[in-house]
Design a protein around this ligand. Structure first.
Ligand code: MEZ
Length: 526
């Protein structure tokens, strides 16, 4: 059947569905559903990590391979520095730019390096907003409680406390830099409600929130004349031989040459891992999201936390093919968009936590209530025209211009037709263990944003990643710069590499890949 034929049932059942209230699932039921259908619980996709700081722990095969992969460097690489700086920031997304700006503000000599162009990152693709407790009805305590609940109480409470408390000052900083957050008719900041949150607290820039924030951060990095190297991928960290991080080796992607940087502190802000396509999932992530920071930090001896849990955003596009995996913002569900199976039925409270909503969609599809496209993909409907019915014609165009345009390019008008969706790999819940200053267990190695772990527990709430990367970008940048003032440059060695290779040998050799992988296989020339 043509997809338009399938869509009819969504229109036919709309009036009835509008009268329905679906309660959130009780805890026992949600746990059962998540264990049965969420990809984090597919045992066959997991294996133990064989060696290194997380030896014996289970993670998905793709991540285990990445962590056990070999370095591209020979252990005897010449380590004369091409650059000598106070703070090296690796990653040109939100966390990296925030870290670079705050380190620079402390007077540090900063070098910002990025694998692609400045701003190419998951931050730029964040649509739905940034959670900050700024209204009278809300508080950082409430934000804390919502986040703990969403994370299944596995969040690091100290990291989370700092994030929710510093949210308002971060919002102020962004406003002062020029971010144009949405406002109401009186000019006050307008906040929206997100899934899993008890209060409206999302600051948005329609559905271009990350793009707008990055516009301003990029400008500021350029205005401040922070030294920048684009198309320069970090491939290995350096140490003084006694365990303190002292710099990194980059690869210039234009000529493949290695570039050595001596730094008093390194901040890894390399983002997430979606382009590793865990369990063959499509992803909402940008092309550079290949977990580079995880691989480098792990080889250097940093411990990872909750590296077995990933966020599969409930609404990734299934149709058209060109958009497979692209994000359809949760904002649409926050404004009343309903999820509808192939029989025209709702099956979950759309604003329940993402892991539960994704598990419910997968259940519908696995139990035969999904909708199949001509190319064999499967999904359920997101009733987007409902927003026009509930809130008036033009609602989607006004509040979700990015989403409207994304589908319009392929001849689909989401104000008239529902969209077919399925969970898409969106976020790495865990990552490198850090303290409240963003420092890992390796001295002078800082980590900020999605590369770090602990804050979000086993399921991140919508809008908490933008806040996380701003707060911990700032903390890492500031601490690294202050520390740098009081120290000298350390020796540059690759002392950890022979150790890592020897450990790998004892456990059957490194995984059969070179890591970081830098780009997904399908972007590489033969
Ligand atoms: O924080 C997110 O992941 C987010 C806001 C995504 C979205 O649905 O827009």
């Amino acid at each position: 059947m043509d997809i338009h034929e399938f869509q009819k049932i969504v229109h036919q059942t709309r009036d009835f569905r509008r009268t329905q209230t679906i309660p959130k699932s009780p805890p026992a039921e949600r746990d059962m559903l998540i264990k049965k259908f969420h990809p984090d619980f597919r045992e066959s996709a997991y294996r133990p990590i064989r060696f290194g700081p997380n030896a014996g722990e289970l993670t998905v095969r793709e991540v285990a391979d990445l962590l056990e992969g070999d370095s591209p460097l020979p252990a005897d690489l010449e380590l004369d520095p091409h650059y000598t700086v106070d703070v090296l920031v690796v990653g040109g997304g939100g966390a990296g730019c925030a870290a670079a700006l705050h380190a620079h503000a402390q007077g540090a000599k900063v070098l910002l390096v990025t694998k692609l162009r400045l701003g190419d990152s998951n931050t730029v693709m964040a649509q739905g907003g940034m959670q900050v407790a700024i209204t009278k009805e809300d508080s950082p305590v409430q934000h804390f409680l919502d986040t703990m609940k969403g994370g299944h109480m596995k969040n690091d409470p100290q990291l989370l406390k700092v994030m929710v408390e510093e949210g308002p000052s971060i919002a102020k900083w962004l406003l002062e830099l020029g971010v144009l957050f949405d406002r109401d008719a009186d000019g006050n900041l307008h906040v929206k409600k997100g899934g899993g949150s008890s209060r409206p607290r999302l600051l948005t820039c329609s559905d271009y929130t990350g793009l707008e924030i990055m516009r301003v951060l990029k400008d500021e990095v350029l205005n401040q004349k922070i030294q920048l190297l684009e198309f320069s991928a970090a491939v290995e960290l350096l140490s003084d031989g006694a365990g303190t991080c002292t710099g990194a080796v980059l690869q210039d992607l234009d000529n493949k040459r290695f570039v050595v940087v001596s730094a008093k502190a390194v901040i890894l802000a390399t983002g997430g891992i979606g382009r590793v396509h865990i369990q063959n999932f499509p992803t909402s992530n940008h092309y550079g999201a290949t977990g580079d920071g995880l691989a480098m930090a792990y080889r250097m001896g940093a411990k990872l936390l909750q590296i077995d849990t990933f966020q599969y955003h409930p609404t990734g596009a299934v149709f058209p093919e060109q958009l497979f995996g692209a994000l359809v913002t949760e904002g649409i569900r926050s404004e009343g968009g309903q999820l509808v199976n192939g029989r025209g039925e709702r099956f979950v409270n759309e604003l329940d936590t993402r892991d539960l909503v994704s598990a419910s969609i997968i259940r519908e599809c696995e139990e035969g209530r999904g909708v199949r496209t001509a190319s064999g993909r499967i999904g359920v409907w997101l009733d987007t025209p409902l927003l026009e019915v509930e809130h008036g014609a033009g609602t989607l165009g006004k509040h979700f211009p990015a989403m409207v345009r994304q589908f319009e390019r392929y001849g689909i008008n989401i104000a008239n037709d529902p969209v077919l969706i399925y969970p898409t790999l969106h976020y790495q819940n865990g990552g490198v263990q850090i303290d409240v200053n963003g420092e890992s267990l390796v001295p002078q190695l800082f980590v900020a944003g999605e590369t770090s772990g602990g804050l979000h527990g086993r399921n991140r709430l919508m809008g908490n990643s933008l806040l996380d990367l701003m707060v911990y970008g700032k903390r890492a940048g500031t601490t690294a710069a202050v520390r740098a003032k009081a120290m000298n440059h350390g020796k540059l060695t690759l002392a950890h590499l022979p150790r890592f290779r020897e450990e790998a040998r004892k456990h059957g050799g490194p995984a059969n890949i070179t890591s970081p992988i830098l780009f997904p296989a399908y972007t590489k020339k033969e």
